[in-house]
Design a protein around this ligand. Structure first.
Ligand code: SAH
Length: 492
């Protein structure tokens, strides 16, 4: 019935408004631009029509008249239409033109303001655009125009005199002439200035200097759109007020996650929260193996060596009409805290978990004082035999059940390229090493630092002629993140 002109905020998905999310979820048609958060459309209905109206790089975008025509057409057919734009729809977003076209055609519309990049970008850089002592006004200015052109709609002398902060949108390409024009019209070349690139996004970068130096600094840093340029005394506050860089120690870094898709999200989320841009490149996939209906009775020890093993064991038990009670008579051992927590989620508290070294050798040690006569080791088909052999050497009868196998998950060319150019590549098992290198092929070279979860994974890297740069001291996801973080912070 209505066309909603909706702001999607500057990029951080957390800055989408509640109203924007509600409308995205309800829309029949969504016409969206390039600069919207990557996940903004995740909540759209599966049957919604999504129309991309932005431009790629310097390429052609859909002409404005065509976009307006599309909104009018869908709107007058009675559809719920969301026109989703980066930032705020009425700040350099041509939302005013679209609203006019809708009004002219008699199509009802509503405007949902968004968080604009000119406020949010500086805020995420620790720069308040106004400040009681430093700026009592702020001007939002288009930097799209060449100030040297006589036709420029901007009054540069007035801007130079403006008593407050200037924030330029779309100003990266013209930065040099913007700064020069302001200085030529009398603004102090020593006034602080900053460029905030990809503000609020994981790749946010800030280049700061003065009006006199900012163009050189931005050029040296290779700053590209989207970026806002802030000119004013408020830029100085960044030294004290930067917070994004503090809470996001991995900001600006790309980290590749190679573990299986189903397990990747916990690690990817942790890394994202620390500010990293995550490349998801699942090199492996876990395939449950069909096995005979399981009988677990008669064992005094049951060993589980991965969270996947736990999940699949319980799937098999349930399929056979059983549940956690079949484990009742036995001691249950887990190789590490991840496996123990998977057991806990099925109502079983592990009796034995190594205090450190979450590898087979650690479990063997932890079991040293535990009496065992008949053991079941439930694990991956391709697992090492360390545990089984150690138990047998102690005189125990050991059965092994292969619950799943790990197979290669092919990666796209784009994924391979992204992994190769990542700053860090994380390996959480020897199979991630083996299968990732297999998918990369001969020509591909990993450019980033290699992070291994523990000695077994490190050995797999060395087998392939690669030296891990970082090895976790605790062999689980927390330990891996901790080690990566320590490395990133020390390398700064
Ligand atoms: N309506 C948008 C602005 C669209 S014009 C808003 O209110 O934010 C596009 C310009 O917005 C870009 O050239 C850049 O100057 C700015 N911009 C958009 N997203 C940005 C971001 N994440 N970081 C810095 N600048 C951004």
């Amino acid at each position: 019935m209505t066309v909603y002109l909706v702001g999607a905020g500057p990029g951080d998905p957390g800055l989408l408004t509640a109203r924007a999310l509600e409308l995205i979820a309800a829309a029949d048609v969504i016409v969206y631009d390039r600069l919207i958060p990557a996940s903004a459309l995740d909540g759209a209905r599966a049957d919604a029509t999504l129309v991309y109206a932005g431009k790629e790089g310097g390429g052609e975008s859909m002409p404005q008249a065509e976009i307006s025509r599309l909104l009018v057409a869908h709107g007058s057919l009675g559809a719920t239409v969301v026109r989703l734009k980066g930032g705020d729809p009425f700040v350099f977003g041509r939302g005013g033109e679209e609203a006019s076209a809708l009004r002219e055609a008699g199509v009802a519309f509503e405007v949902v303001p968004g968080v604009t990049a000119g406020v949010a970008g500086p805020a995420y850089a620790g720069i308040p655009v106004t400040h009681r002592d430093a700026a009592s006004a702020v001007a939002f200015v288009t930097g799209h125009e060449d100030p040297d052109k006589p036709s420029s709609a901007l009054d540069w002398e007035a801007l130079a005199r403006f008593p407050g902060t200037l924030v330029f949108y779309m100003g990266v390409r013209q930065l040099r002439s913007i700064a020069a024009s302001l200085v030529a019209c009398g603004r102090d070349a020593a006034e602080p200035a900053a460029v905030v690139e990809r503000g609020t996004l994981p790749g946010q970068r800030v280049v700061a200097g003065s009006l006199g130096t900012i163009a050189d600094e931005a050029a040296a840093g290779g700053v590209r759109a989207p970026a806002v340029v802030v000119v004013g005394e408020v830029v100085r506050l960044r030294e004290r007020l930067d917070w994004f860089g503090v809470v996001r120690p991995l900001g600006g870094l790309t980290v590749a996650v190679t573990r299986a898709r189903a397990q990747a999200s916990a690690l990817a989320d942790r890394l994202r929260r620390l500010g990293a841009a995550v490349v998801e490149a699942p090199a492996i996939r876990i395939v449950p193996l069909d096995g005979p209906a399981m009988s677990i009775s008669g064992y005094d020890l049951i060993c589980l060596t991965s969270p996947n093993g736990v999940r699949i064991l319980f799937e098999r038990l349930l399929a056979a009409g059983g549940d956690a009670r079949v484990l009742a008579g036995a001691r249950v051992a887990a190789i590490g805290p991840g496996t123990a927590s998977a057991l806990r989620s099925h109502g079983v508290v592990a009796d034995v978990v190594p205090p450190e070294r979450f590898v087979a050798e650690g479990l063997v040690e932890a079991l040293a004082g535990v009496p065992v006569s008949r053991a079941l080791v439930a694990r991956a088909a391709e697992a090492r035999d360390v545990l089984v052999e150690a138990l047998r050497a102690r005189g125990a009868a050991v059965d092994v059940v292969a619950l799943y196998e790990t197979v290669a998950e092919p990666l796209s060319e784009a994924q391979v390229a992204a992994v190769c150019s990542s700053d860090y590549v994380t390996f959480t098992s020897s199979s991630t090493v083996r299968f990732l290198l297999q998918s990369l092929g001969d020509g591909a070279r990993l450019g980033g630092r290699l992070v291994s979860i523990g000695p077994v994974t490190s050995a797999a890297l060395r087998e392939h002629g690669l030296e891990p740069d970082v090895e976790a001291a605790r062999h689980d996801i927390d330990g891996l993140v901790e080690a990566l973080l320590a490395d990133a912070v020390s390398g700064e």
